[in-house]
Design a protein around this ligand. Structure first.
Ligand SMILES: Cc1cc2nc3c(=O)[nH]c(=O)nc-3n(C[C@H](O)[C@H](O)[C@H](O)COP(=O)(O)O)c2cc1C
Length: 327
């Protein structure tokens, strides 16, 4: 069975990419991913603020980056300089030990200063760079247009500094998501990762405090990306990478049927262990055998290309077919 595909335009043996997270934060954990047959890995994100900040600790500086509790620990535990050096060292170490593509990740909010650092990422040996961009839409003075332009500016500035393949990982908080994704895809990027899943604070009604819950996604979350991958897959030149809510082989199949080139996995591997990659791969092969497909291209985008299906992906309101009435 041929599961070969690409990620950031780089050949990979299979579509199972390990998403940037604690699963990819050390040389040992990354090796484990490779041992269980990951197609590629995206390393834990380095924060833009780590790259440009002075010696002030990041926690005093700004707290808008800490959408995952583990990020607080992660950033608070080392000095800025040490953090950067450790990150570059991690890239070098992992690249020396592994054959699969290793992609660095930067969590960024602006196109200022930090893009120069892309050169160091390349020198350390990374095969590509994933820009995990999130500009919190919580500033009353910031217009939607300005936010959307900043995403594009970040990519342009990074492109000026490096010829490494670029993936852009985004959320879905845009007024016209379709247009923004299309515009991003027209810059010189290789992959759009759809979508990131941000930390979702909850409230403890006994202690009256904010608590972290739902750190991991649930399988029902898969449908959001499926819609937009299906709608864009016939329109863009870059790869579309499915992310969020992919918990088993069926989730991988759905994304490829929608037109994705590969998928990123995180929550399911936290819950089931990295060895679950073996199960997912075998299950995918079983499904392909049963359907008579011997490679991923044989069914990539099949559902999205069908006109009736694309109309279904565009539909947002529930409709009573028989009565032609909106619910
Ligand atoms: C504990 C944890 C840490 C994460 N850290 C990062 C990160 O540093 N950078 C990033 O781009 N995404 C990060 N993510 C988001 C994941 O890469 C992924 O996009 C998200 O969890 C959705 O995929 P899933 O449904 O397979 O979990 C993190 C997710 C979790 C659960």
């Amino acid at each position: 069975m041929d599961l070969k595909t690409t990620f950031l335009g780089l050949p990979v043996d299979n579509p199972f990419i390990i998403a940037s997270s604690g699963l990819t934060s050390t040389a040992d954990s990354v090796k484990k991913c490779a041992d269980h047959g990951a197609g590629a890995v995206v390393l834990k994100s380095l924060f833009e603020e780590q790259i440009i900040a002075d010696k002030k600790t990041l926690l005093q500086h700004d707290d808008m980056y800490f959408w995952y509790p583990e990020a607080i620990k992660y950033v608070d535990n080392f000095s800025i300089e040490q953090g950067i050096q450790e990150y570059l060292h991690l890239i070098e170490k992992v690249k020396k030990a592994l054959q699969i593509p290793v992609v660095a990740s930067i969590n960024c909010v602006s196109p200022l200063e930090w893009p120069k650092f892309a050169k160091e990422i390349k020198n350390a040996g990374a095969d590509g760079i994933e820009l995990n961009i999130f500009i919190p839409p919580t500033d009353l003075k910031l217009t939607g247009y300005k936010i959307e332009e900043t995403y594009l500016d970040i990519v342009r500035e990074v492109r000026k500094e490096t010829d490494l393949p670029i993936a852009v990982k985004v959320g879905f908080y845009f007024t016209n998501l379709y247009r923004e994704l299309f515009k991003l895809s027209n810059l010189e990027i290789s992959s759009l990762v759809m979508f990131n899943r941000y930390y979702r604070p909850d409230i403890d009604i006994e202690k009256l405090t904010v608590i972290s819950s739902n750190i991991y996604s649930s399988p029902v979350e898969i449908t959001l990306a499926l819609r937009w991958i299906a709608l864009l897959s016939t329109k863009v030149r870059c790869e579309l990478i499915g992310a969020t809510g992919i918990h088993d082989y069926a989730g991988v199949v759905k994304n490829i049927l929608a037109g994705a080139t590969a998928v990123q996995l995180c929550s399911t591997l936290y819950k089931n262990g990295i060895q679950y990659l073996d199960v997912m791969r075998k299950d995918l092969e079983k499904w392909m055998t049963a359907k008579g497909y011997d490679n991923l291209n044989a069914f990539r985008g099949l559902v999205a290309k069908n006109e009736e299906n694309s109309a279904a992906f565009e539909r947002v309101q529930f409709m009573k077919k028989t009565m032609g009435k909106m619910d």
